[in-house]
Design a protein around this ligand. Sequence first.
Ligand code: HEC
Length: 99
Amino acid sequence: MMILGFVKMSAACLAIVAATLAAIVPLRAQFPTLPEGPNRELVEAVCGSCHDIEMVAINGRSEERWRLTIDEMAGYGMRVSPGDRALILGYLATYLPAK
Ligand code: HEC
């Protein structure tokens, strides 16, 4: 009977852990991510390499302001080819426009 009680306790513990995890996971998924669009993966890889991509995704900026942001990131040490830079700017200006 002791053993059975222990098994029941363990099952109850597991159920609590599972319920807690289930509650946490969707919360995590609510963090802003980049909208679907061409070159999304490129932007995620480049702009998510130094800080969370949320830092980018929460913003809405005009093309000019995104250009300045990219200049600022270059000042922090970001290295991208001119081609990738143009693709990134195009994505940001299109999918994260000024609010
Ligand atoms: C070389 C590292 C690096 C890369 C790559 C990088 N950033 Fe940053 N970024 C930083 C640093 C450092 C800060 C400022 C420090 C902080 O607040 O964490 C910052 C801050 C920011 C901020 C908040 C400040 C602001 O201007 O409002 C935004 C937005 C941002 N980055 C966007 C981008 C975008 C878009 C890209 C891709 C084009 C990018 N970052 C790539 C290093 C980087």
